[in-house]
Design a binder for this molecule. Structure first.
Ligand SMILES: NC(=O)c1ccc[n+]([C@@H]2O[C@H](COP(=O)([O-])OP(=O)(O)OC[C@H]3O[C@@H](n4cnc5c(N)ncnc54)[C@H](OP(=O)(O)O)[C@@H]3O)[C@@H](O)[C@H]2O)c1
Length: 240
């Protein structure tokens, strides 16, 4: 089995951890690693120089032209796409109460977290269909109506929109030839001190998150049962 991947936001954080974890898999044939700015993605470029399975491509999720260009590059190098990981995400810095969040935060969050992934799926659907592929939409537990404690309205609305798109794509694709799963990657931190807003949160590293998503979802024998669902990095169901 030779698998081909596209990961967005691959230059750092969980996206970079996906690249590293996939390079440890014998079944990985090609990883298209999308970054907004190739010039600043030094660690990723170093990895790509030492392992030819990694191809760094320019991919700005806010720019439809960049998405179309990425589709052209990938289809010139691969006949099909096994797994698309919509990982790139924008988190507004402001933590204002919902009543005061500026429109720009909603617009930016919608562009990067909702519309970009939808346009990317549209562009890659033919290649995904050819592989009988899988789309992992990296969402957030904050997108869950039941689980969100009442914070980060722009971010949460945008990720809830991504969740809705996940279910609609799954319902519309014929015979589940492509699988779509919305995934909360865990509460990931590089910080030693826990987030004071979530002191009890079980923190994991970005490596644990990426490896967990691969083991518990992407390579899981029960991946088909997760189609059109919202699951956590450990494979457990999350209420919408
Ligand atoms: N960390 C957590 O605890 C947590 C929890 C729930 C969900 N998530 C979700 O998990 C995903 C990854 O999170 P992370 O913690 O690894 O985030 P991160 O360290 O902040 O990295 C975000 C990534 O997204 C990329 N990105 C942002 N806007 C982009 C755009 N317009 N086009 C292309 N790439 C763009 C960034 O690229 P640049 O390097 O160019 O900025 C970066 O690679 C995100 O979708 C996030 O919402 C994270």
């Amino acid at each position: 089995m030779s698998l081909t991947y596209l990961i967005t936001g691959a230059g750092r954080g969980i996206g970079m951890s996906f690249v590293k974890a996939l390079l440890a898999c014998d079944t990985t044939m090609l990883i298209f690693a999308g970054v907004r700015n190739i010039a600043t993605a030094t660690e990723l470029r170093t990895i790509a120089q030492s392992d030819k399975r990694v191809i760094v491509i320019p991919l700005d999720m806010d720019d439809d032209g960049s998405i179309q260009n990425a589709a052209r590059i990938v289809s010139s190098r691969a006949k099909s796409l096994s797994v698309l990981i919509n990982n790139a995400g924008f988190t507004p810095e402001t933590m204002s109460p919902a009543a005061y969040v500026p429109p720009g935060d909603f617009i930016q969050a919608f562009k990067t977290n909702t519309l970009g992934p939808i346009l990317l799926i549209q562009s890659f659907l033919p290649l995904l269909e050819r592989a009988g592929g899988l789309v992992i939409n990296i969402s957030s537990i904050l997108a869950s109506m039941e689980m969100n404690p009442g914070r980060q309205v722009a971010y949460s609305v945008s990720k809830a929109g991504l969740n809705m798109a996940t279910t609609i794509f799954q319902k519309q694709v014929k015979d589940n030839i492509v699988k779509f799963i919305a995934v909360h990657p865990g509460v990931v931190t590089k910080e030693v001190r826990p987030d004071p807003r979530q002191p009890q949160a079980p923190y994991i590293t970005s490596d644990q998150s990426a490896q967990g998503i691969l083991q518990n979802i992407v390579f899981s024998a029960s991946v088909a049962s997760m189609c059109g669902r919202f699951v956590s990095w450990d494979g457990k169901n999350i209420p919408w």
